[in-house]
Design a protein around this ligand. Structure first.
Ligand code: GTR
Length: 428
Protein backbone atom coordinates (compact mmCIF):
# COMPACT_ATOMS: atom_id res chain seq x y z
CA UNK A 1 0.00 0.00 0.00
CA UNK A 2 2.68 2.41 1.11
CA UNK A 3 4.89 1.43 -1.82
CA UNK A 4 2.11 2.04 -4.33
CA UNK A 5 1.35 5.43 -2.78
CA UNK A 6 5.02 6.45 -3.00
CA UNK A 7 5.02 5.27 -6.58
CA UNK A 8 2.07 7.47 -7.49
CA UNK A 9 3.31 10.64 -5.82
CA UNK A 10 6.87 10.23 -7.08
CA UNK A 11 6.32 11.94 -10.46
CA UNK A 12 4.71 14.91 -8.68
CA UNK A 13 7.70 15.15 -6.30
CA UNK A 14 9.99 15.07 -9.33
CA UNK A 15 8.13 17.92 -11.00
CA UNK A 16 8.14 20.05 -7.86
CA UNK A 17 11.83 19.39 -7.27
CA UNK A 18 12.87 20.37 -10.75
CA UNK A 19 10.70 23.49 -10.52
CA UNK A 20 12.55 24.68 -7.40
CA UNK A 21 15.83 23.04 -8.40
CA UNK A 22 16.22 20.63 -5.42
CA UNK A 23 18.56 17.74 -6.29
CA UNK A 24 16.39 14.72 -7.03
CA UNK A 25 18.82 12.40 -5.32
CA UNK A 26 17.99 13.75 -1.91
CA UNK A 27 14.31 13.16 -2.61
CA UNK A 28 14.29 9.67 -4.09
CA UNK A 29 14.30 6.54 -2.01
CA UNK A 30 16.66 3.70 -2.67
CA UNK A 31 14.85 1.00 -4.60
CA UNK A 32 14.87 -2.40 -2.95
CA UNK A 33 11.74 -3.62 -4.68
CA UNK A 34 12.13 -5.98 -7.64
CA UNK A 35 8.76 -4.73 -8.94
CA UNK A 36 10.26 -1.26 -9.40
CA UNK A 37 13.25 -2.41 -11.43
CA UNK A 38 12.66 -0.77 -14.83
CA UNK A 39 12.59 -2.63 -18.14
CA UNK A 40 15.96 -2.31 -19.76
CA UNK A 41 17.98 -3.64 -22.63
CA UNK A 42 21.58 -4.62 -22.13
CA UNK A 43 24.09 -3.64 -24.82
CA UNK A 44 25.60 -6.68 -26.52
CA UNK A 45 29.32 -6.80 -25.56
CA UNK A 46 30.03 -8.30 -28.99
CA UNK A 47 28.42 -5.48 -30.94
CA UNK A 48 30.73 -2.78 -32.28
CA UNK A 49 28.76 0.38 -33.11
CA UNK A 50 31.67 2.03 -34.93
CA UNK A 51 32.02 -0.82 -37.40
CA UNK A 52 28.38 -1.84 -37.15
CA UNK A 53 29.32 -5.48 -36.75
CA UNK A 54 28.72 -8.19 -34.19
CA UNK A 55 31.92 -10.02 -33.38
CA UNK A 56 31.69 -13.77 -33.62
CA UNK A 57 35.31 -14.92 -33.60
CA UNK A 58 37.92 -14.97 -30.86
CA UNK A 59 40.49 -13.23 -33.05
CA UNK A 60 38.18 -10.28 -33.76
CA UNK A 61 37.22 -10.11 -30.10
CA UNK A 62 40.87 -9.87 -29.08
CA UNK A 63 42.08 -7.59 -31.90
CA UNK A 64 39.11 -5.27 -32.27
CA UNK A 65 36.42 -5.50 -29.64
CA UNK A 66 38.38 -5.99 -26.43
CA UNK A 67 40.66 -2.95 -27.04
CA UNK A 68 37.62 -0.94 -28.19
CA UNK A 69 35.72 -1.73 -24.98
CA UNK A 70 38.72 -1.14 -22.72
CA UNK A 71 39.10 2.33 -24.25
CA UNK A 72 35.40 2.99 -23.78
CA UNK A 73 35.54 2.01 -20.09
CA UNK A 74 38.65 4.18 -19.61
CA UNK A 75 37.07 7.18 -21.26
CA UNK A 76 33.55 6.92 -19.85
CA UNK A 77 33.87 5.32 -16.43
CA UNK A 78 37.12 4.25 -14.78
CA UNK A 79 39.55 6.77 -16.22
CA UNK A 80 43.09 6.18 -17.34
CA UNK A 81 45.77 4.21 -15.53
CA UNK A 82 48.12 6.86 -14.05
CA UNK A 83 51.14 5.24 -15.66
CA UNK A 84 52.55 7.86 -17.97
CA UNK A 85 56.09 8.89 -17.09
CA UNK A 86 56.14 6.80 -13.92
CA UNK A 87 59.18 4.70 -13.22
CA UNK A 88 58.50 1.68 -10.98
CA UNK A 89 61.12 -0.32 -9.06
CA UNK A 90 60.87 -3.14 -6.55
CA UNK A 91 62.97 -3.53 -3.42
CA UNK A 92 62.78 -6.72 -1.36
CA UNK A 93 62.96 -5.39 2.22
CA UNK A 94 62.61 -8.63 4.16
CA UNK A 95 62.16 -12.36 3.65
CA UNK A 96 61.62 -14.46 6.78
CA UNK A 97 60.02 -17.70 7.83
CA UNK A 98 56.97 -17.34 10.05
CA UNK A 99 54.30 -19.47 11.75
CA UNK A 100 56.73 -22.11 13.08
CA UNK A 101 58.39 -22.35 9.67
CA UNK A 102 55.08 -23.15 7.96
CA UNK A 103 55.13 -19.87 6.06
CA UNK A 104 57.30 -17.11 4.68
CA UNK A 105 56.68 -13.39 4.99
CA UNK A 106 58.16 -10.93 2.54
CA UNK A 107 57.81 -7.19 2.38
CA UNK A 108 58.53 -5.47 -0.91
CA UNK A 109 58.66 -1.74 -1.51
CA UNK A 110 57.14 -0.66 -4.78
CA UNK A 111 58.97 2.58 -5.47
CA UNK A 112 57.24 4.92 -7.92
CA UNK A 113 59.19 7.84 -9.33
CA UNK A 114 58.67 10.71 -11.71
CA UNK A 115 60.31 14.06 -12.31
CA UNK A 116 58.02 15.47 -9.61
CA UNK A 117 59.08 13.13 -6.82
CA UNK A 118 58.65 9.62 -5.55
CA UNK A 119 56.43 7.46 -3.38
CA UNK A 120 56.64 4.04 -1.79
CA UNK A 121 53.90 1.44 -1.63
CA UNK A 122 54.44 -1.57 0.60
CA UNK A 123 53.51 -5.02 -0.68
CA UNK A 124 53.10 -7.65 2.04
CA UNK A 125 53.39 -11.28 0.95
CA UNK A 126 52.76 -14.52 2.81
CA UNK A 127 53.67 -17.81 1.16
CA UNK A 128 53.65 -21.44 2.20
CA UNK A 129 57.21 -22.45 3.07
CA UNK A 130 57.82 -24.82 0.18
CA UNK A 131 60.16 -25.22 -2.75
CA UNK A 132 57.69 -25.19 -5.65
CA UNK A 133 56.20 -21.90 -6.84
CA UNK A 134 52.69 -21.42 -5.41
CA UNK A 135 49.49 -19.80 -6.68
CA UNK A 136 48.69 -16.56 -4.90
CA UNK A 137 45.76 -14.22 -4.19
CA UNK A 138 46.49 -10.50 -4.49
CA UNK A 139 44.14 -7.88 -3.07
CA UNK A 140 44.08 -4.42 -1.53
CA UNK A 141 43.19 -3.76 2.11
CA UNK A 142 41.26 -0.89 3.72
CA UNK A 143 43.33 0.14 6.77
CA UNK A 144 46.92 -1.01 6.35
CA UNK A 145 48.96 -4.17 5.94
CA UNK A 146 49.50 -4.32 9.72
CA UNK A 147 45.74 -4.72 10.24
CA UNK A 148 45.42 -7.96 8.28
CA UNK A 149 47.44 -10.08 10.73
CA UNK A 150 48.76 -9.75 14.28
CA UNK A 151 52.30 -10.59 13.05
CA UNK A 152 54.39 -8.01 14.97
CA UNK A 153 56.89 -7.54 12.13
CA UNK A 154 54.52 -6.05 9.55
CA UNK A 155 55.50 -2.45 8.85
CA UNK A 156 53.00 0.24 9.80
CA UNK A 157 52.31 2.71 6.99
CA UNK A 158 52.46 6.47 7.44
CA UNK A 159 49.75 7.45 4.95
CA UNK A 160 46.39 9.00 5.60
CA UNK A 161 43.87 6.47 6.92
CA UNK A 162 40.15 6.75 7.68
CA UNK A 163 39.45 7.17 11.40
CA UNK A 164 37.73 4.21 13.02
CA UNK A 165 36.79 4.08 16.68
CA UNK A 166 36.53 0.28 16.77
CA UNK A 167 40.05 -0.01 15.38
CA UNK A 168 41.40 2.85 17.54
CA UNK A 169 42.41 4.84 14.49
CA UNK A 170 42.47 8.56 15.32
CA UNK A 171 43.98 11.64 13.65
CA UNK A 172 43.96 9.72 10.36
CA UNK A 173 47.10 7.86 11.40
CA UNK A 174 47.77 4.14 11.69
CA UNK A 175 49.50 2.83 14.82
CA UNK A 176 50.47 -0.26 16.79
CA UNK A 177 46.98 -0.23 18.34
CA UNK A 178 45.44 -1.28 15.02
CA UNK A 179 47.65 -4.29 14.43
CA UNK A 180 45.57 -7.33 13.53
CA UNK A 181 42.18 -5.59 13.71
CA UNK A 182 41.14 -7.00 10.34
CA UNK A 183 42.37 -10.61 10.70
CA UNK A 184 38.76 -11.77 10.26
CA UNK A 185 38.91 -10.75 6.60
CA UNK A 186 42.33 -12.27 5.79
CA UNK A 187 42.68 -15.97 6.71
CA UNK A 188 46.42 -16.10 6.07
CA UNK A 189 47.15 -19.41 7.83
CA UNK A 190 44.17 -21.11 6.18
CA UNK A 191 45.39 -20.05 2.73
CA UNK A 192 48.90 -21.25 3.50
CA UNK A 193 47.50 -24.63 4.62
CA UNK A 194 45.67 -24.82 1.29
CA UNK A 195 48.92 -24.20 -0.59
CA UNK A 196 48.18 -20.58 -1.51
CA UNK A 197 50.05 -17.36 -0.95
CA UNK A 198 48.47 -14.03 -0.13
CA UNK A 199 49.74 -10.60 -1.17
CA UNK A 200 48.23 -7.29 -0.14
CA UNK A 201 48.79 -3.53 -0.19
CA UNK A 202 47.10 -0.71 1.66
CA UNK A 203 44.96 1.17 -0.86
CA UNK A 204 45.45 4.54 0.86
CA UNK A 205 49.17 4.31 0.21
CA UNK A 206 48.35 4.33 -3.50
CA UNK A 207 45.67 7.01 -3.41
CA UNK A 208 43.97 8.19 -0.21
CA UNK A 209 40.24 7.60 -0.48
CA UNK A 210 38.82 11.12 -0.44
CA UNK A 211 38.19 13.76 -3.03
CA UNK A 212 41.31 15.93 -3.20
CA UNK A 213 41.19 16.73 -6.92
CA UNK A 214 43.94 14.15 -7.51
CA UNK A 215 46.62 16.16 -5.70
CA UNK A 216 47.99 13.36 -3.53
CA UNK A 217 48.86 9.65 -3.78
CA UNK A 218 50.43 8.52 -7.05
CA UNK A 219 48.49 11.31 -8.77
CA UNK A 220 50.90 13.83 -7.20
CA UNK A 221 53.62 12.34 -9.40
CA UNK A 222 51.80 12.99 -12.67
CA UNK A 223 52.78 15.84 -14.93
CA UNK A 224 51.27 19.24 -14.15
CA UNK A 225 49.25 19.52 -17.36
CA UNK A 226 47.51 16.14 -17.06
CA UNK A 227 43.78 16.24 -17.78
CA UNK A 228 42.30 15.56 -14.34
CA UNK A 229 38.87 14.84 -15.78
CA UNK A 230 40.31 11.56 -17.02
CA UNK A 231 41.72 10.39 -13.66
CA UNK A 232 40.10 8.28 -10.96
CA UNK A 233 41.03 6.62 -7.68
CA UNK A 234 39.76 3.24 -8.85
CA UNK A 235 42.17 3.37 -11.78
CA UNK A 236 45.04 4.28 -9.45
CA UNK A 237 44.24 1.33 -7.17
CA UNK A 238 43.88 -1.03 -10.15
CA UNK A 239 47.13 0.25 -11.65
CA UNK A 240 48.98 -0.58 -8.40
CA UNK A 241 47.55 -4.11 -8.53
CA UNK A 242 49.15 -4.47 -11.95
CA UNK A 243 52.48 -3.23 -10.55
CA UNK A 244 52.32 -5.78 -7.73
CA UNK A 245 51.56 -8.44 -10.33
CA UNK A 246 54.72 -7.48 -12.21
CA UNK A 247 56.72 -8.03 -9.04
CA UNK A 248 54.98 -11.32 -8.19
CA UNK A 249 55.64 -12.70 -11.66
CA UNK A 250 59.35 -12.13 -11.06
CA UNK A 251 59.34 -13.83 -7.66
CA UNK A 252 60.54 -17.42 -8.06
CA UNK A 253 58.42 -18.57 -5.13
CA UNK A 254 55.21 -17.57 -6.94
CA UNK A 255 53.59 -19.44 -9.84
CA UNK A 256 53.58 -16.61 -12.38
CA UNK A 257 50.62 -18.05 -14.28
CA UNK A 258 48.43 -18.57 -11.18
CA UNK A 259 48.05 -15.09 -9.74
CA UNK A 260 44.46 -14.20 -8.80
CA UNK A 261 43.25 -10.69 -8.09
CA UNK A 262 40.57 -10.35 -5.43
CA UNK A 263 38.78 -7.42 -3.83
CA UNK A 264 35.92 -6.58 -1.51
CA UNK A 265 33.44 -3.78 -2.10
CA UNK A 266 35.14 -0.64 -3.56
CA UNK A 267 38.30 -2.72 -3.73
CA UNK A 268 36.30 -5.35 -5.63
CA UNK A 269 35.54 -2.67 -8.22
CA UNK A 270 39.29 -2.01 -8.44
CA UNK A 271 40.02 -5.76 -8.69
CA UNK A 272 37.56 -6.13 -11.58
CA UNK A 273 39.00 -3.17 -13.45
CA UNK A 274 42.55 -4.47 -12.88
CA UNK A 275 41.52 -7.95 -14.02
CA UNK A 276 39.75 -6.62 -17.11
CA UNK A 277 42.68 -4.41 -18.14
CA UNK A 278 45.53 -6.75 -17.36
CA UNK A 279 45.20 -10.22 -18.83
CA UNK A 280 48.24 -11.45 -16.89
CA UNK A 281 45.84 -11.96 -13.95
CA UNK A 282 44.93 -15.63 -14.21
CA UNK A 283 41.71 -15.42 -12.20
CA UNK A 284 39.54 -12.52 -11.03
CA UNK A 285 37.36 -12.40 -7.91
CA UNK A 286 34.80 -9.77 -7.02
CA UNK A 287 33.34 -9.80 -3.51
CA UNK A 288 30.26 -7.63 -2.89
CA UNK A 289 31.55 -5.09 -5.41
CA UNK A 290 28.05 -3.82 -6.27
CA UNK A 291 27.44 -0.61 -8.21
CA UNK A 292 30.39 0.29 -10.43
CA UNK A 293 31.65 -3.27 -9.86
CA UNK A 294 29.84 -6.45 -10.81
CA UNK A 295 26.22 -5.20 -10.48
CA UNK A 296 24.26 -4.12 -13.55
CA UNK A 297 23.74 -0.34 -13.46
CA UNK A 298 20.54 -0.44 -15.51
CA UNK A 299 18.67 -2.25 -12.74
CA UNK A 300 18.91 0.85 -10.49
CA UNK A 301 18.50 -1.46 -7.50
CA UNK A 302 20.27 -0.47 -4.27
CA UNK A 303 23.14 1.92 -5.00
CA UNK A 304 22.83 3.75 -8.32
CA UNK A 305 25.22 5.57 -10.64
CA UNK A 306 23.96 8.96 -9.40
CA UNK A 307 24.34 8.00 -5.75
CA UNK A 308 27.84 6.61 -6.14
CA UNK A 309 29.02 9.63 -8.14
CA UNK A 310 27.62 12.01 -5.54
CA UNK A 311 29.08 10.17 -2.57
CA UNK A 312 32.46 9.32 -4.13
CA UNK A 313 33.20 11.81 -6.94
CA UNK A 314 36.84 10.68 -7.11
CA UNK A 315 36.18 6.99 -7.73
CA UNK A 316 35.33 7.34 -11.41
CA UNK A 317 36.43 9.74 -14.12
CA UNK A 318 34.38 12.85 -14.71
CA UNK A 319 32.49 11.73 -17.86
CA UNK A 320 30.84 8.97 -15.79
CA UNK A 321 28.65 11.53 -14.02
CA UNK A 322 26.85 12.16 -17.34
CA UNK A 323 25.11 8.83 -16.67
CA UNK A 324 23.60 9.92 -13.36
CA UNK A 325 19.92 8.94 -13.67
CA UNK A 326 20.67 8.13 -17.33
CA UNK A 327 21.84 4.52 -17.08
CA UNK A 328 20.25 3.56 -20.38
CA UNK A 329 22.65 5.90 -22.14
CA UNK A 330 25.68 3.93 -21.00
CA UNK A 331 27.40 2.33 -24.01
CA UNK A 332 28.02 -0.76 -21.88
CA UNK A 333 26.87 -2.25 -18.61
CA UNK A 334 28.83 -4.12 -15.99
CA UNK A 335 28.41 -7.49 -17.75
CA UNK A 336 30.62 -5.96 -20.45
CA UNK A 337 33.35 -5.36 -17.86
CA UNK A 338 33.08 -8.98 -16.72
CA UNK A 339 33.18 -10.15 -20.34
CA UNK A 340 36.57 -8.46 -20.73
CA UNK A 341 37.94 -11.05 -18.29
CA UNK A 342 37.01 -13.96 -20.62
CA UNK A 343 38.27 -16.59 -21.15
CA UNK A 344 40.02 -16.37 -17.78
CA UNK A 345 38.12 -17.68 -14.77
CA UNK A 346 35.92 -15.18 -12.97
CA UNK A 347 34.18 -15.50 -9.60
CA UNK A 348 31.47 -13.15 -8.39
CA UNK A 349 30.42 -13.30 -4.73
CA UNK A 350 27.40 -11.56 -3.22
CA UNK A 351 25.85 -11.53 0.25
CA UNK A 352 22.14 -11.97 0.87
CA UNK A 353 21.72 -9.01 3.20
CA UNK A 354 23.92 -6.75 1.09
CA UNK A 355 21.02 -5.47 -1.00
CA UNK A 356 22.81 -2.13 -1.49
CA UNK A 357 25.20 -4.06 -3.79
CA UNK A 358 22.28 -5.80 -5.60
CA UNK A 359 23.13 -9.54 -5.46
CA UNK A 360 20.71 -10.31 -8.30
CA UNK A 361 22.30 -7.61 -10.48
CA UNK A 362 25.71 -9.11 -9.73
CA UNK A 363 24.54 -12.59 -10.69
CA UNK A 364 22.83 -11.42 -13.91
CA UNK A 365 25.92 -9.52 -14.90
CA UNK A 366 28.06 -12.67 -14.54
CA UNK A 367 25.47 -14.61 -16.51
CA UNK A 368 25.30 -12.11 -19.36
CA UNK A 369 29.11 -11.96 -19.57
CA UNK A 370 28.96 -15.60 -20.57
CA UNK A 371 28.23 -14.81 -24.22
CA UNK A 372 31.92 -13.90 -24.56
CA UNK A 373 33.06 -17.02 -22.69
CA UNK A 374 31.03 -18.93 -25.27
CA UNK A 375 33.10 -17.38 -28.07
CA UNK A 376 35.98 -19.30 -26.51
CA UNK A 377 33.93 -22.50 -26.36
CA UNK A 378 33.38 -22.09 -22.63
CA UNK A 379 30.02 -22.33 -20.99
CA UNK A 380 30.17 -19.67 -18.30
CA UNK A 381 26.82 -19.25 -16.59
CA UNK A 382 24.73 -18.69 -19.71
CA UNK A 383 21.90 -21.05 -18.75
CA UNK A 384 22.34 -20.84 -14.96
CA UNK A 385 19.62 -19.80 -12.53
CA UNK A 386 20.41 -17.63 -9.55
CA UNK A 387 21.39 -20.16 -6.88
CA UNK A 388 19.91 -20.33 -3.40
CA UNK A 389 21.77 -18.77 -0.49
CA UNK A 390 25.02 -20.59 0.36
CA UNK A 391 24.79 -22.80 -2.73
CA UNK A 392 27.86 -21.80 -4.75
CA UNK A 393 28.14 -22.39 -8.48
CA UNK A 394 31.67 -23.72 -8.83
CA UNK A 395 31.54 -25.86 -11.94
CA UNK A 396 32.27 -23.55 -14.87
CA UNK A 397 34.83 -20.81 -15.62
CA UNK A 398 32.39 -18.29 -14.18
CA UNK A 399 31.56 -18.96 -10.54
CA UNK A 400 29.04 -17.31 -8.26
CA UNK A 401 27.65 -17.48 -4.75
CA UNK A 402 25.33 -15.54 -2.52
CA UNK A 403 26.46 -16.03 1.06
CA UNK A 404 24.06 -15.64 3.97
CA UNK A 405 24.79 -12.53 6.01
CA UNK A 406 25.86 -9.01 5.21
CA UNK A 407 28.45 -6.86 3.46
CA UNK A 408 31.78 -8.46 4.35
CA UNK A 409 34.44 -10.86 3.13
CA UNK A 410 34.40 -13.90 5.36
CA UNK A 411 36.07 -17.27 5.80
CA UNK A 412 33.15 -18.80 3.87
CA UNK A 413 33.87 -16.53 0.90
CA UNK A 414 37.56 -17.46 0.93
CA UNK A 415 36.70 -21.16 1.12
CA UNK A 416 34.72 -20.86 -2.09
CA UNK A 417 37.51 -18.88 -3.78
CA UNK A 418 39.98 -21.62 -2.87
CA UNK A 419 37.66 -24.38 -4.16
CA UNK A 420 37.11 -22.44 -7.37
CA UNK A 421 40.82 -21.71 -7.84
CA UNK A 422 41.65 -25.38 -7.13
CA UNK A 423 39.37 -26.43 -9.96
CA UNK A 424 40.64 -23.81 -12.35
CA UNK A 425 44.29 -24.45 -11.54
CA UNK A 426 43.68 -28.23 -11.41
CA UNK A 427 44.98 -28.35 -7.88
CA UNK A 428 43.62 -30.87 -5.39
C1 GTR B 1 29.82 2.07 0.17
C2 GTR B 1 29.66 2.28 -1.30
C3 GTR B 1 29.73 0.97 -2.00
C4 GTR B 1 30.89 0.12 -1.53
C5 GTR B 1 31.19 0.28 -0.05
C6 GTR B 1 32.56 -0.19 0.42
O1 GTR B 1 29.63 3.20 0.93
O2 GTR B 1 28.43 2.90 -1.53
O3 GTR B 1 29.78 1.16 -3.40
O4 GTR B 1 32.01 0.35 -2.28
O5 GTR B 1 31.10 1.58 0.37
O6 GTR B 1 33.55 -0.08 -0.29
O7 GTR B 1 32.63 -0.63 1.58
Amino acid sequence: MQVRYTYRILPIVFLLCSAVNIPLLAQTEVNYDEANVPDFQLPDPKYNPERKITIDEVEEWEDIQRPYLLDLFSQQMYGEFPDEDLDVNFILESNQTVFDDMGVRKEVTINVKSEKGEKDISLLIYLPNQKEPVPIFLGLNFYGNHTIHSDPEIQIHRSWVRNNEDFQITNNRASEKNRGVRTNRWPVEYLIEQGYGLATMYYGEIDPDYDDQFENGVHALLREDIDKAGLSSISAWAWALSQALTYLQQDNDVAADKISVVGHSRLGKAALWAGAKDSRFALVISNDSGCGGAALSRRRYGETVARINHAFPHWFCQPFSAYNNAEDELPFDQHTLLALIAPRPLYVASAEEDQWADPKGEFLSARHASSVYQLYGKKGLYDAKMPAVDQPLLESEVGYHMRSGGHDITRYDWEQFVKFANKQFKKS
